[in-house]
Design a protein around this ligand. Sequence first.
Ligand code: FMN
Length: 447
Amino acid sequence: MTHTPDDVASRGLRESATFDRTTIAAIQHAARTGIYDIRGGGAKRALPHFDDLLFLGASMSRYPLEGYRERCDTDVVLGARNAKYPLRLQTPVTIAGMSFGALSGRAKEALGRGASEVGTSTTTGDGGMTEEERGQSKHLVYQYLPSRYGMNPDHLRAADAIEVVLGQGAKPGGGGMLLGQKITERVAGMRTLPVGVDQRSACRHPDWTGPDDLAIKIGELREITDWEKPIYVKVGASRTYYDVKLAVKAGADVVVVDGMQGGTAATQDVFIENVGIPTLAAIPQAVQALQEMGVHRTEGGVQLIVSGGVRNGADLAKCLALGADAVAIGTAALIALGDNDPALDDEYRKLGSAAGYYDDWQAGQDPAGITTQDPELQQRLDPVAAGHRLANYLRVMTMEAQIIARACGKAHLHHLEPEDLVALTIESAAMARLPLAGTSWIPGQGL
Ligand SMILES: Cc1cc2nc3c(=O)[nH]c(=O)nc-3n(C[C@H](O)[C@H](O)[C@H](O)COP(=O)(O)O)c2cc1C
């Protein structure tokens, strides 16, 4: 006889918080197979997050703006510190780097289409630059990665900005995985790899060991691209205060901080859940570092892009209020393209998952045609329609952030400030350095 959870509870059985059913199943799986779990996505455990913050809308002491009549601008300029041609975007929501290989060529094309429709940027990834995405992306950021996969000096020149990746929030200190079933001839050719063999990408750049060497590398990248393009440095959130300072010292025009809720195409579950710090905790550290170096929201300063678990306009507005200049989204963009669509539930179940739970992006069997290299599955994604869905979602996010900003009396999204926010829990108040709602108490900063 099987027992439903209600039946079990009514019989007085109590689930252990330490050895809960998920933990027991994981131990049993390890014992049965001798294999650790590799998956896509970000941390699933409950962490202090944007939901733990609330905005203080204006009333008497602050003056709100009228939704349909008064402007609230959304544009952002990235990389004016050194670049001849900084990126000028219409919305501060950018598309994060996701590799061709992890994603199909059509998915990369759809990301480019959607981002371009709303005037924002998209980013290459571990697999290098594809024609589809360069062709469809008005603003394309080219990743320069520890793996050097797909590295091509012509592509550096063909890009609109360069992102030097030092780490990712899902796995700071670790590399990614690309399972053999995704390494088709095309993917193998772009990465100079054998077809069909599992690959682990490097956890650190072979070209430098510290910030002084990084400064030399950034100098080389600027020379190759004639000082035209902004240079970003991306770090996974861990010792964020120091990492941001070192990135700025090394010459970054833009720093990207990716928190531990950030998605990945594939890595070990134990890594995703146990390494790094939450996005919320990383933002104030990054902002403090930029402020102390005199480059936060100053003329010719360094912009901060934040990623890791950004889902909607409220999350966007909270990031900006805490001091970010823009956000980057990965997981949410894939969902907007059509990932985890309930209409595909039967097919997800055949793979041992379900719509809303499917994170086996490493496996290459995605029925939505997004995280796959299978020639038939790929055909299921219409890049034009998927691009429109992404554009709609990006518009909604931007409008949601405007709604909140106007309610706080701000005529530009960048006028949002920490003073507009309070925290719901002591943990989030301490990490975000905000007062606990209804008090003026910021934990760790006295009364
Ligand atoms: C399918 C997938 C592939 C990714 N590939 C890369 C990559 O090649 N390089 C990289 O720096 N980050 C990669 N990332 C991480 C994203 O750039 C970004 O940091 C993360 O997705 C942000 O968190 P979010 O997914 O919660 O929005 C990938 C993420 C996903 C979901």
